[in-house]
Ligand binder design. Structure first.
Ligand SMILES: [Zn+2]
Length: 508
């Protein structure tokens, strides 16, 4: 008995001694918090001290909390402390106003941290974990990423996204008349509009991690990220996810809450929907996917029937004028997916939205009619909320398709519209019409599409097209009309055709 006690006593002494001998210098494992909003005159150290200071101090201890003009530096004990501090900022609603940087890259802890991030985990990410993940990515790849929020949910969770935009541009997108590159086209992947359809949210997390990690070593990913300006929002219904329900906190199905070209506006526009609409009104996207669950299929526009009926007895399709384009891009995803194109339920793993079941107020038709953005609704899993252990499997099924689908954005005609003789980018509204007689684009052998160029575009246009030869006509307010004929988009093109315009004002 006494032998056992003395062993315990020796152990205690050893543990105590070890704890006491641990290095006290955590300087290579710290975080710096700086204010992002200078106009608000938020004096970072003072405000942090006042609002969260006492709590932070309790977490890290007064000794490890140093403030200066640039912000505060907190010497954290371990990763958990860093997470706790971030959570506190989030809970206090201060996360948007402050930049949190981890500055422990030289420590051995950093290697552990990298390993953790690289392996990925196979669990679901709740709201805080999702934010932590995005922050980790932003810390690891500060020059390629930025975290943004498009607004807030009913329960005031931020609708976080990550923009992946490398500093490099594929050489091909340099303008031939002005000595500047044309901008990269904006493309988006959106997840989790239905809170209980969770696979999209999680595979986007894996996708973000994968493409960022592979950028330096994988030429195909490098080319992709150098060619597009990619926005990924893993969840636009964070409240629904936390509640494990389809609708948002107000019990509204957000994918029925958008203004609709056929049935008009919906009753009360939800804050999340309002946020998405504002975001879309500020950015021109040229390609988009919204990820869902409950089936395995690519669903393409239109979702609504022209007569506004809710029941579609004969599975009638509601086609856009670009139906062939939508079919082809849908197939590109289904074929690159591990099994989607072999579906027994949907021919080739794709379907027209209305032919499956008509719906109104959806995000897909809104994108197309109101913002000229081709959006696809991709259903990823028969089970809406599968066990966490299956998530990596779903990612594997979709991994290749997620890249292939974005590569569709290479087949396009784009460029800048400038004024003669200054070569200033036009600021007036313009329309660019694309016409072709190619039957692969439209079976009637005659097809045209008019793309509006808005003020927000700052003279830049970009239109995804099927391979064919096109005639383009540009008309801008107060300017002479201009045409570019026989511009060929080819099947094997892996870069956009750049066509710039220099237009003159009409004589008064
Ligand atoms: Zn859904």
């Amino acid at each position: 008995m006494s032998g056992l006690l003395s062993i315990i006593a020796v152990c205690c002494v050893l543990v105590f001694a070890y704890a006491n001998n641990r290095p006290h210098d955590y300087s290579d494992y710290s975080i710096r918090i700086t204010s992002l909003d200078k106009n608000e005159r938020l004096n970072t150290p003072n405000l942090l001290r006042r609002v969260v200071g006492s709590k932070l101090l309790r977490v890290v201890g007064e000794r490890n909390f140093a403030s200066s003009e640039e912000g505060v530096v907190i010497r954290a004990r371990n990763e958990r402390t860093v997470e706790q501090i971030k959570e506190r900022l989030l809970n206090e609603g201060l996360n948007e106003y402050y930049k949190v940087e981890e500055t422990f890259k030289t420590s051995p802890d950093y290697q552990r941290y990298i390993n953790k991030v690289n392996t990925g985990d196979t669990t679901y990410h709740n709201y805080t974990q999702l934010y932590t993940f995005l922050t980790e990515m932003n810390n690891l790849y500060p020059n390629m990423t930025e975290i943004f929020t498009i607004g807030q949910s009913v329960e005031q969770r931020n609708l976080y996204g990550i923009r992946i935009n490398t500093q490099n541009r594929s050489q091909v997108v340099f303008s031939d008349q002005v000595n500047a590159p044309i901008p990269k086209p904006k493309v988006k992947y959106i997840g989790n509009i239905h809170g209980d359809e969770t696979v999209g949210r999680e595979i986007l997390i894996h996708f973000i991690r994968d493409i960022l990690m592979q950028y330096q070593t994988n030429g195909r990913i490098q080319k992709l990220l150098d060619s597009i300006d990619l926005y990924i929002v893993p969840s636009i219904n964070p409240d629904g996810f936390e509640l494990a329900q389809r609708e948002n906190k107000n019990d509204v199905d957000m994918n029925r809450n958008f203004p609709d070209f056929i049935t008009g506006d919906s009753e009360v526009v939800q804050p999340e929907v309002k946020a998405i609409k504002n975001w879309l009104s500020e950015n021109t996207f040229v390609l988009s996917v919204s990820f869902h669950g409950g089936a395995v299929v690519v669903n393409y526009p239109l979702d609504g029937l022209p007569n506004g009926q809710n029941y579609n007895a004969y599975n009638e399709e509601a086609k856009t004028s670009e139906d062939n384009f939508f079919v082809q891009l849908s197939k590109s995803y289904a074929k690159a997916h591990s099994s989607m194109s072999e579906s027994t339920e949907f021919h080739q793993g794709i379907t027209n939205g209305a032919a499956w079941y008509p719906l109104y107020g959806g995000m897909q038709d809104y994108n197309y009619f109101y913002e000229n953005c081709p959006e696809f609704t991709i259903e990823l899993s028969d089970t809406k909320r599968p066990p966490a252990a299956d998530l990596l499997g779903y990612y594997d099924e979709n991994k290749e398709a997620l890249v292939v689908f974005l590569e569709n954005s290479y087949k396009a005609i784009g460029g800048l519209v400038m004024e003669h003789p200054s070569l200033d980018l036009v600021q007036v509204p313009c329309n660019i019409t694309f016409e072709t007689n190619d039957v692969t684009v439209h079976s009637s052998g005659s097809w045209n599409y008019t793309l509006p160029l808005k003020q927000r575009d700052n003279g830049f246009y970009y239109k995804l097209l099927l391979p064919a030869s096109y005639n383009l006509t540009l008309s801008c307010e107060g300017m002479m009309k201009k045409t570019h004929n026989n511009i060929a988009v080819k099947a094997l093109d892996d870069k956009p055709i750049v066509k710039n315009w220099v237009v003159s004002r009409t004589k008064m």
